[in-house]
Structure formats: structure tokens, C-alpha cells
Design a protein around this ligand. Structure first.
Ligand code: NAD
Ligand code: UD1
Length: 330
């Protein structure tokens, strides 16, 4: 089978492409390199020993997409391409709606024109808004608190409407919890430009002495130690969920991809310090607007229907995150 991976040079995309190639799929990557580097393509070839076709194409470019589908018989698409920074989406909503929504519309139109009607889409736990309880099941109410989240929720709706209009489509929507870590070779990790917004890349930059200390956003939540609790998931487990989803594409389905376990900010910091033998200085700072106390998945549906569960623990996550930094930035 030949899979088109949009956003395939990005953080989650590159880890997924590696697993796809190792599993024997042929892979075509389409990425405009807005948030990733061309070098990733060679690294994928080196780590897997396999060939991969790469197109520096924007998913908004219908002619560019058409060319890919003319040159390859694509069986299914895994659609990672999108912008993902919450704060930036508040500052530049039109940019986010244009890129994420119109990009997905163009992609689906070109897919349909070429008779390719199978897609796995990267959604996010952000579509649960402020959940009333945890663990979160797929049938919980949906809402969003920022334009990034709204693009995810709107795309979910668009894909479901598409299926209603034409049930030859097979659509699997994966709602990721908090992916962190890197592959075992330390090649495909997360390295945001500038000051990171997310916790794990921030911890790594503090550990690497690029930033003086971590700001812990609030220690007065109703949680185990007062700091925010999230469902951190190893990026390789997350990537593996996409292979399971490809195996079972059938109608419209929605799955949480999380571990089902919550870790607090301070628990993650402590695990990082203990496993890597490095101190991570922190100060307690005010709550971050829009944050919730606890967010973790009920991953039972993905286990029951896809046969997928997360296998790597928090020790693997914090060690691999640091290994990626050591291999690439020290
Ligand atoms: P990433 O930024 O590393 O990867 C996204 C890739 O898409 C980048 O390589 C970027 O260059 C590319 N891209 C963006 N717009 C494009 C366009 N118009 N045309 C072609 N390529 C384009 O992000 P990631 O962390 O790997 O996330 C992948 C997907 O998963 C995104 O859709 C993101 O919203 C979603 N997601 C990520 C997280 C997370 O915490 N990382 C959580 C939930 C959902
Ligand atoms: C954030 C986004 C979410 C997005 C997800 C993955 C917000 C409000 N939510 O989720 O929409 O899908 O990233 O990209 O931005 N923390 C600190 N100090 C820091 C950074 C984070 O204490 O410097 C805390 C946060 O308060 C939170 C936890 O660490 O309790 C995790 O934060 P983060 O990694 O940003 O993820 P989310 O907020 O879960």
C-alpha cells in the first residue's frame, strides 16, 4: 500500500513515516517545510534504509497535490499538515483558519477527484474544551477555547459531513493527548523555534541551560500536588496508533490516543531529573489563562476497536526527550 503523509517531515509525521516504512508501506511525503526541515527526509532514509518520495508542496496548492496523485497511486492519506501553536492562533486566526481548514478542503477535493477516499486525521484533545470530568471519553461534549482548537473541531465536522454525502469515504479521526519524547535513535524529536509553549520542550531547554528556569503555571489546582495534570504519550506510541488506524479504516471513527494516566507538572519534572540526572530549576508562576486542572484520556475505545494501547512509560518519554537534545543540540 502507498500512503501519502501530509506534514510528514514534522514531529509526529516523521515518527509515523519511519514506522510505516519499517512496516513495509510505500510512503510519499507532502510538506511545505513551514515548521520542519528538508534534512528530515535524508534522516528518515538513513534510519530506515528505505526510499521515500518527498514533495515540497503546500496542501493549499491544488495543482501541486494533483501532481502528487498523478505520479503516485495513493491508497490512503495520513493528514498531519497544519499549524498548531495555540497562542499564535489567537493572534493570527485568519492564518490558522486559512491554512488548516482550506488546506484540508483542498486535500479532500483532490483525493476525491483521484478516487482516494481513505484518510486518517490528526485531531486533538483540545476539542474537549474544559471537560466536566476525567477520564475523557470520545462521546464527551465538544467545545474549544482558541482558534487552533476550533480548526480541529471544524475539520472533524467537515470530514463527518463528507462521509454523510458519500459513504465510500473511510475516515478515522485521532484525538491526541500530549505527545512528548523522541524515537529510540534520538533523530526525530521536537524542537520548536524560540521559547517553547509546551511543557516538555521547555523542560529540555532549561536542562540544556538555554533557559534559566521553568515557570510552573499554578500550584493551586485541585490535583495531586496542585499543578496541572496531563496525559503525556510517547510520540512513538502515538505514531503506532496511526498504523493501527490504517489497518481498520472503515466508515467514520473517532479515537482518543492517550495512555489513560495523568502526570502533574512537578511529577514530570521530577521524573526528568531522576532519569537524566539533571536538575531542572523551577519557580511557581500564576496560572496560564485557559488552562484546565486535569486532562487525561479514557483510551479503551482505541484498545477495543483498533487493538492499540500505549506501551512506553513516562521513564521512556523523559529519557528519549533528553536523548534527542543530547544527540542534536549539545
Ligand atoms: P509539526 O509542526 O511538527 O508538523 C506539522 C507539519 O505540517 C510541519 O512539518 C509543517 O511544515 C507542515 N505544514 C503546515 N502547514 C502546511 C501546509 N499548508 N502544507 C503543507 N505542509 C504544512 O506538528 P506536529 O506536532 O507533528 O503535529 C502534527 C499534527 O498533529 C498537527 O495537525 C497538529 O495540530 C496535530 N496535533 C499535535 C499535537 C502536539 O502536541 N504536537 C497535539 C494534538 C494534535
Ligand atoms: C496545549 C494546548 C492544547 C494543545 C496541546 C498540544 C493550551 C491552553 N493548550 O495543551 O490546545 O493541543 O498543547 O500542543 O495551550 N506548563 C507549565 N509551564 C510551561 C508550560 C506548560 O507549567 O512552561 C504546564 C501547563 O500549565 C499544563 C502542562 O504544563 O498544566 C502541560 O502544558 P502544555 O504542554 O502546554 O500542554 P496543554 O496545556 O495540555
Amino acid at each position: 500500500m502507498k500512503i501519502l503523509v501530509t506534514g510528514g517531515t514534522g514531529y509526529i509525521g516523521s515518527n509515523t513515516v519511519v514506522l510505516l516504512l519499517k512496516a513495509g508501506y510505500e510512503v510519499v511525503i507532502c510538506d511545505n517545510l513551514y515548521n520542519s526541515q528538508i534534512e528530515v527526509v535524508d534522516k528518515i532514509k538513513k534510519v530506515t534504509g528505505k526510499e521515500v518520495a518527498f514533495y515540497k508542496t503546500d496542501i493549499l496548492d491544488r495543482e501541486g497535490l494533483d501532481k502528487i496523485f498523478n505520479e503516485h497511486k495513493i491508497d490512503a492519506v495520513i493528514h498531519f499538515a497544519g499549524l498548531k501553536a495555540v497562542g499564535e492562533s489567537v493572534a493570527k486566526p485568519l492564518f490558522y483558519y486559512h491554512n488548516n481548514i482550506e488546506g484540508t478542503l483542498a486535500l479532500c477535493e483532490v483525493m476525491a477527484a483521484h478516487g482516494c477516499k481513505s484518510i486518517v486525521f490528526s485531531s486533538s484533545a483540545t476539542v474537549y474544551g474544559k471537560p466536566e470530568s476525567v477520564p475523557i471519553r470520545e462521546d464527551f461534549p465538544l467545545s474549544t477555547t482558541n482558534p487552533y482548537g476550533s480548526t480541529k473541531l471544524m475539520i472533524e465536522q467537515i470530514l463527518q459531513d463528507l462521509y454523510v454525502s458519500d459513504n465510500e469515504w473511510n475516515i478515522t479521526i485521532l484525538r491526541y493527548f500530549n505527545p512528548i519524547g523522541a524515537d529510540e535513535t534520538g533523530t526525530f524529536g521536537e524542537n520548536p523555534n524560540g521559547i517553547p509553549n509546551n511543557l516538555m520542550p521547555y523542560i529540555v531547554k532549561v536542562a540544556n541551560k538555554e533557559l534559566p528556569h521553568l515557570n510552573v503555571f499554578g500550584n493551586d489546582y485541585d490535583t495531586v500536588d496542585g499543578t496541572g495534570v496531563r496525559d503525556y504519550i510517547h510520540v512513538v506510541d502515538l505514531a503506532n496508533g496511526h498504523l493501527k488506524a490504517l489497518d481498520k479504516l472503515n466508515g467514520v471513527n473517532i479515537y482518543n490516543l492517550g495512555t489513560g494516566n495523568g502526570y502533574s507538572v512537578l511529577q514530570l519534572v521530577k521524573a526528568f531529573e531522576e532519569q537524566n540526572g539533571i536538575e531542572v530549576p523551577y519557580v511557581i508562576a500564576p496560572r496560564r489563562p485557559g488552562d484546565i486542572a486535569e486532562c487525561y484520556a479514557d483510551p479503551a475505545k482505541a484498545y477495543n476497536e483498533l487493538g492499540w494501547k500505549a506501551e512506553r512509560d513516562v521513564v521512556d518519554m523523559v529519557k528519549s526527550a533528553w536523548n534527542f537534545c543530547v544527540k542534536n543540540f549539545k
